[in-house]
Design a protein around this ligand. Structure first.
Ligand SMILES: Nc1ncnc2c1ncn2[C@@H]1O[C@H](COP(=O)(O)OP(=O)(O)OP(=O)(O)O)[C@@H](O)[C@H]1O
Length: 285
């Protein structure tokens, strides 16, 4: 059997910004190749700061990061290598979009990777189509709406086909239809074996999607595990300002009232919960 490869190993990361804010205070985290990890935690708990370390934009003041079992090399050449493997979609697209037109913007990174113009063009066309960008592909990026900018910033990274894709709150600023579109793209990525690290405040979504939830608090990881276990810990939820997803709230109440059995596997989706309720109803008739 193939041994699981570790794609990210962060060891004892410390980072303090110039103004004295201690954003990371000894953070440890390991991510296996192909995993879908939801990173969650209160505002200011260090999620974005951690992400910026994973492709070498920030360098830890103490501790180290290994990508694919190799410590990040902060030379120009080393950083280019890391950025081929690790793509970050920033929380705020304004931090990412520089080119005049949408097409130029999406082509920029991939051309820099040394791909031929023809191949780059084909990949750019595919991503533009997949993310529904065609209707505004001819526009200058500064004329786009917030949600359109977000989709272009995702296309920017997606086109480079990184091994590890990091999405910092991808659904923020998107309407429900386009949030679902991004969910679909993220699912496709993980279906292709790409490792996805995604920060979100949406516990309902993390419960359905993630293999593992990692909770940040005050620059450290304070809990991690299967989403259904993490979201049933009242203590962890309180510490991280998160709310228990509705499907688990209903499940726990039905268990407390003796209607469902505590030993059942906690449901991730409403359909699973309905399955338990139907089964119970049929037996009681
Ligand atoms: N450039 C900066 N200069 C100074 N302090 C910063 C800077 N960027 C972030 N911080 C601070 O570092 C801490 C961690 O911020 P970070 O953005 O990593 O948190 P986060 O968990 O991503 O938050 P959110 O959920 O609000 O996106 C916060 O206290 C924040 O104010």
């Amino acid at each position: 059997m193939e041994r699981k490869r570790t794609i990210v190993r962060a060891e004892d990361l410390h980072y303090t910004y110039e103004d004295g804010t201690q954003a990371l205070k000894g953070l440890d985290l390991t991510v296996q190749k192909g995993e879908k990890v939801a990173v969650m935690g209160a505002n200011g708990s260090g999620k974005s700061t951690f992400f910026l370390h994973l492709n070498g934009i920030l360098k830890p003041q103490k501790g180290r990061i290994l990508i694919d079992e190799t410590p990040i090399d902060y030379s120009r050449k080393g950083l280019l290598q890391v950025r081929k493997k690790v793509g970050i979609v920033f929380q705020n697209p304004e931090d990412q979009l520089f080119s005049a037109s949408v097409r130029q913007e999406i082509s920029f990174g991939i051309l820099n990777l040394g791909v031929s113009e023809k191949e780059a063009e084909e990949k750019v066309d595919r991503v533009i189509e997949e993310l529904g960008i065609t209707p505004f592909a001819h526009k200058p990026t500064h004329f786009l709406s917030g949600g359109e900018k977000k989709r272009v910033s995702i296309a920017d990274i997606l086109v480079m086909e990184p091994e590890l894709m990091i999405l910092d709150e991808p659904a923020a600023t998107l309407d429900p239809k386009h949030a679902r579109m991004i969910d679909g793209i993220v699912d496709q990525l993980s279906g292709k074996g790409i490792t996805v690290l995604l920060s979100t405040h949406d516990a309902e979504r993390a419960l359905i999607w993630a293999d593992r939830v990692v909770l940040f608090d005050d620059g450290k990881v304070i809990g991690q595990g299967h989403p259904e276990d993490i979201f049933r810990s009242e203590e962890l939820l309180r510490q991280t300002n998160l709310e228990k997803p509705a499907v688990l709230r209903i499940f726990d109440t039905l268990c407390e009232e003796g209607i469902l059995d505590h030993k059942l596997r906690p449901p991730r989706r409403v359909e699973e919960l309905m399955g338990y309720i139907r089964e119970k109803g049929i037996k009681q008739l």
